[in-house]
Ligand binder design. Structure first.
Ligand code: AHR
Length: 512
């Protein structure tokens, strides 16, 4: 009798475990995945700028152009980085841009009070950043100083960077510093975390300040509209979004930010590499909250802006752990494992699926800080698992989103459950479709059936990112341990694709 019961239970389990299904409906495709969802963030923090992007013009050991590392540029070009946010973060509301222009030996130094109170010599400033963006082929996104700056300081920064040729004090200053033509700077943030390090403001106060600063930011660039991004809510502070949408005229507002980090517990963040499966599960619970956050913030925005003129910019997201042992606690240097690949794949699927409202996102941060895509140590450089996910997913940039309906098995931990699989899909301008599937289950492979509606294809190929331990990472001694390889564990016939995905893996299929 007991054996019979076990047999029934195990059959039931097998059936339940065979339920993964993704239905992709090409006929319902409507929205484009804005390439800026694949944006990055570079703050004057630890070794993101200094030692990461920039090693100085006089560095003879590391190949560079005007001090910017060429290996970094080459690696980031493969990600097709669309937009780069700078100079902060918390640093932005302490930054006075005039201190970072002109001859380097005349630039004053300052203390970087948010990040270790170390000396900031201002050798990397506006000209260096904007020239670097041109080298990279990325759009700059400048975070203005609202917390300790003035409206005229920000208004002059817009003029210095974008005022056309001709004579004006800011144009003349730019020319004096060696740059005749304006740069193309479309994206401007009005402060950062105004509810916290950006000035500890209340939402109502910030909305007023925003209106004031926005008034004096003129659009000098004839080619594009000045895109103003309000400092947004932390996580589920829905009141913040409500007030901004209510109090700021929509014609002055192009996007509202959201910041959300996948952190286990702010007082005990845990090791980036030596973590348990329970800690992994909690990290993924936090990461998957992004679905609820963007849905709820978007629902508030829908009330005031049903035409979806104003975008959500998730301009800081990613995993946050304790720093690597022996490194400066203020520098936020952490390793990056397959857990981070799971955060990246899952989060990007959420953004793709919400691309009607989420039209920008910036992973925190590009190099050597938090969930970095690149780690550097002197002349050595490592591409992290997160880098590889961003590279695999770059096919979705500017493609038409194909709506997916996902039924998934559960990934269980005690009484808690998460959906094991997530997916997103798109069709690019050449008619090639891509499907990204993530299995976050730390133990079980998943059998998945993909059903395609109104979508034709002749051939399917795939790539997979996985490893044999969720704690695995790429180190300076073993930099290629984790990287995408060809994936063939699928069968395609008619309008169905059947696949098996190993535990904690990211797969991208290409349908031609
Ligand atoms: O990304 C690190 C910090 O996190 C940023 O400076 C700040 O905006 C956020 O709190």
């Amino acid at each position: 009798m007991r054996n019979l019961l076990l047999l029934v239970l195990s059959l039931q389990y097998t059936c339940l475990n065979g339920q993964n299904k993704i239905v992709i409906d090409g006929g319902k495709a409507r929205d484009t995945i804005n390439r800026n969802i694949y944006g990055h963030f570079a703050e004057h923090l630890g070794h993101c700028i200094y030692g990461g992007f920039y090693v100085g013009e006089n560095n003879s050991k590391i190949p560079n152009k005007d001090g910017v590392r060429l290996d970094v540029i080459e690696s980031l070009k493969k990600l097709k980085v669309p937009v780069l946010r700078w100079p902060g973060g918390c640093f932005a509301d302490t930054y006075h841009w005039r201190e970072g222009i002109g001859p380097k030996n005349k630039r004053p130094s300052m203390l970087n009070v948010w990040w270790g109170s170390i000396k900031e010599d201002n050798s990397f400033g506006t000209n260096e950043f904007l020239n670097m963006c041109e080298l990279l082929g990325a759009e700059p996104y400048i975070s203005g100083n609202i917390g300790s700056g003035t409206p005229s300081e920000l208004s002059d920064w817009v003029k210095y960077t974008t005022h056309p040729n001709g004579s004006s004090p800011m144009t003349d200053l730019r020319k004096q510093n060696g740059r005749k033509d304006p740069w193309h700077v479309q994206y401007w943030g009005l402060g950062n975390e105004a509810w916290g390090c950006g000035g500890n403001m209340k939402a109502e106060f910030y909305a007023n300040i925003y209106r004031q600063y926005a008034t004096f930011m003129s659009n000098w660039d004839n080619k594009s509209h000045l895109f103003r991004i309000a400092s947004g809510a932390s996580d589920d502070d829905y009141h913040w979004t409500e007030v901004l949408m209510k109090d700021i005229p929509l014609k002055m507002l192009d996007a509202v930010g959201i910041h959300h980090y996948s952190v286990i517990d702010w007082s005990q963040k845990g090791s980036a590499t030596g973590f348990t499966e329970e800690q992994y599960f909690t990290t993924m619970q936090k990461a998957m909250r992004m679905e609820e956050l963007v849905s709820n913030h978007a629902a508030i925005m829908d009330k005031y802006d049903p035409g979806k003129k104003v975008a959500i910019a998730v301009d800081e997201w990613g995993g946050w752990y304790e720093v690597e042992p022996g490194t400066n606690r203020a520098f936020l240097f952490q390793q990056n494992t397959m857990r981070d690949a799971m955060i990246a794949g899952t989060t990007l699927n959420i953004f793709n699926n919400h691309c009607d409202r989420v039209r920008m996102a910036n992973l925190a941060q590009t190099i050597n800080v938090l969930q970095a895509v690149i780690l550097t140590n002197e002349e050595k450089l490592v591409l992290t698992p997160t880098y590889h996910v961003m590279e695999m997913y770059s096919v979705h940039q500017d493609a038409l989103m194909l709506p997916c309906t996902v039924s998934s098995n559960d990934y269980k931990m005690g009484n808690d459950r998460l959906k094991a699989i997530s997916a997103s899909a798109s069709k690019d301008k050449n008619g090639v479709s891509h499907i990204s599937v993530v299995n976050i289950d730390a133990n079980a492979a998943q059998d998945i059936t993909i059903e395609l509606k109104d979508l034709k294809f002749g051939s399917v190929t795939g790539r997979i990112l996985t490893s044999n331990k969720i704690q695995n990472y790429n180190s300076f001694d073993n930099p290629k341990r984790i990287r995408p390889v060809d994936y063939t564990a699928f069968r395609a016939s008619g309008s169905t694709i059947i696949l098996k995905i190993p535990a904690f893996s990211v797969v991208v299929l290409e349908l031609k």
